[in-house]
Design a protein around this ligand. Structure first.
Ligand code: PDD
Length: 297
């Protein structure tokens, strides 16, 4: 049988599909599921630390918003959803991992028009282990970024599974020897990474990340880091920045549920700052971890 996962980041043994906990290899959805047929589907990624979901409420808030924007509702209540997340953590016996949650509009006869009385939505969850050694190395040494044109649709604020432009950009970045792609709009401004929020430290020493609009995903990690920065009087500005400005930034980093404040040390092969992870990147990372690390209960 085909092996599904790289050994460094194994998949959890148990998957969840619409009320059932199934062996990972046996889990599946209907062939006419609209998530598969049309990408009619949204998702969330949770960082599970020490057996607890990190930033759970803001992720669920964003999930609810994504569904609302597409005319869908939560497939089950929030309390029930939290129970399923905990049951997945327990059944998979994975204390530190990522949990992937996806909601599709459900299975229905193929028709572009979403059915008026929507079918039952499909709710699925899977888990994946973390490449801790790789992550530690990225924090210590920093990563390379490659700029790529942002060819996505006009509602990037909705966390849909329509990720083809994102994955093609990341593939191109990888080919260029980089870890992440920073996407660039038609006016030369960086929108965000292919699966991360983009940040720089500008020449006044302020943390800068793009202001929220339909052009970017409202990152949960971004939201927590902004609140932490405000609370500690770190200088922070939400505004657009160009590739040219990023190239002469003092520091650069990216954030997501899969890694808060990961230092960026080169962009398109140009050194950022002195080419090593910077002090403000570390400071905002520490502040984030302090706020978000699950407390032992
Ligand atoms: N990606 N921007 C994009 C396009 C993203 O896909 C993500 C998350 C982020 C950061 O959002 P957050 O801080 O809420 O994780 C920004 C997830 C991790 C993924 O697709 O795997």
């Amino acid at each position: 049988m085909k092996k599904w996962s790289a050994s460094r980041a194994p998949a959890g043994r148990v998957a969840y599909v619409n009320g059932r906990y199934l062996p990972f290899a046996a889990a599946g959805v209907h062939i006419e599921d609209r998530g598969l047929q049309f990408g009619d589907s949204i998702y969330e990624v949770f960082n599970i630390l020490d057996g607890q979901p990190t930033d759970e409420e803001p992720h669920l808030d964003r999930m609810e918003r994504s569904l609302r924007e597409l005319g869908m509702t939560m497939p089950i209540g929030r309390a029930a959803l939290k129970l399923v997340i905990r049951e997945m953590i327990a059944r998979n016996r994975m204390a530190d991992c990522f949990l992937y949650l996806q909601v599709t509009r459900g299975a229905a006869k193929r028709d572009h028009v979403p059915p008026a009385d929507g079918p039952r939505p499909t709710l699925i969850m899977t888990m994946r282990g973390q490449d801790k050694a790789g992550f530690a190395q990225r924090l210590e040494k920093g990563i390379a970024v490659s700029t790529q044109p942002d060819i996505r649709w006009g509602r990037r604020d909705i966390k849909t599974v329509q990720l083809l432009p994102n994955l093609l950009a990341k593939q191109a970045a990888k080919k260029a020897g980089a870890f992440e792609a920073w996407l660039v709009d038609d006016d030369g401004f960086i929108t965000e990474g292919s699966s991360t929020t983009a940040w720089i430290v500008d020449d006044s020493g302020a943390l800068v990340t793009r202001d929220l609009s339909n052009a970017i995903l409202p990152g949960v990690t971004r939201q927590i880091m902004l609140a932490a920065a405000h609370d500690t009087q770190m200088k922070v500005v939400e505004r657009k920045f160009t590739v040219a400005e990023a190239l002469k930034a003092r520091e650069a980093f990216l954030s997501s549920a899969t890694g808060a404040a990961v230092p960026v040390v080169t962009i398109d092969g140009h050194k950022i700052g002195d080419g090593a992870p910077g002090p403000l990147t570390k400071r905002i990372r520490d502040l984030y971890v302090e706020r978000s690390a699950p407390k032992k209960r």
